[in-house]
Design a protein around this ligand. Sequence first.
Ligand SMILES: NC(=O)c1ccc[n+]([C@@H]2O[C@H](COP(=O)([O-])OP(=O)(O)OC[C@H]3O[C@@H](n4cnc5c(N)ncnc54)[C@H](O)[C@@H]3O)[C@@H](O)[C@H]2O)c1
Length: 376
Amino acid sequence: MGKKVLITGGAGFIGSYTADRLLEEGYEVRLFDSLDPKIHPHGKPAYVSGDMELTVGDVRDREALRSTLQGVNAIIHLAAYQDYLPDFSTFFSTNAVSTAMLYELIVEDKLPIEKVIIASSQFVQGEGLYRNSRGEIVSPDFRTREQLERGDWEHRDQWGEIMEWIPTPETHFVPPNAYALSKASQEQQGIVFGKRYDIPTVVMRYSIVQGSRHSFYNAYSGACRIFSLSYYFERAPTIYEDGKQVRDFVNIHDVVDANLLVMNDDRANYRVFCVGGGRPCTILEFDRIVAREFGLEHLEPSIPMLYRYGDTRHAVSDISALEALGWSPKRTVVDSVSEYAFYLRSQEGLKDIIGEVENQMKGMNVLGRATKDKRD
Ligand SMILES: NC(=O)c1ccc[n+]([C@@H]2O[C@H](COP(=O)([O-])OP(=O)(O)OC[C@H]3O[C@@H](n4cnc5c(N)ncnc54)[C@H](O)[C@@H]3O)[C@@H](O)[C@H]2O)c1
């Protein structure tokens, strides 16, 4: 108690909730955040408590980072570049280089840091693990454009049979894009530098985190935002592929519980943990949960055979390692959706940004349409 925790990206979704809980538990909290206008177009969010220090700065700025590291006992490194844009180097300069710089400064200035927690992502697991028709566990490559154009959505084994997804553990590591590659680098740096310099480090590989405060303007905030905004404006959302893809949604308060647990449990040191919801949910199921929340179950989603090239088909993490430390997800997807809907309804002057995001994706050649139905 009385310890000071620095949270980079602390004005964001996961950071602010983690900060609130730390404050409740008697920690002092310092936030370091660039207030990225793409995430926070109206500046400092109103939910940031006045009981915390907030320094506006960029994790790429070495001297700003050095200064904010002084006098803290622990660091939660959440600031990150998250986007679908093809500016590959920005993912590395923000996510990977900032992590290297954190360890460099801790070592250089001999800082007495007792714990570093690094935010990674389920994306690091790529397509995840599957069981083929012979019962073997395999790691499929991503689906080709040609396959997606046929509307043949599932992963198939070499004999053409549909494979079965299985929950993927933290040992699996196949980053498929620049964001995931930068997160994978952060993971490895945390484990290697942490062990090498005795800086207890834990990597948290979050699945899709849901709850209020997730920026409406963050193109990365996914299904909850898109579906909720659609139903809010009484429009049926568009579902990609066939909607049977399985996702792993985890509630923000469960994520905060997990962050606090590993902060105080030495058994977590130098390890990577998947932080998922523990209950797989298809996009079709998710759609119905949101429609019910907005009282619009009579609206049917549109399923026009569109796909996003690069999307994983199914993504579910194996959370047993974190469960073995005593954590388990306690909130449901219904809880997350109703919390998000409450937040959305409390906003003023919210503009309809769905069309804007879809146009952005079309412009980036991410959205495609299957031209045939299923396999020939
Ligand atoms: N939310 C999820 O579903 C999810 C899933 C997997 C991993 N993660 C990871 O968790 C972390 C937190 O995500 P979040 O959902 O809270 O995101 P968020 O966008 O709500 O918060 C990120 C914060 O970082 C700040 N930031 C961005 N670039 C910065 C920079 N260069 N310097 C300083 N601050 C900067 C932003 O202003 C923002 O406040 C990220 O590392 C993200 O990659 C999130």
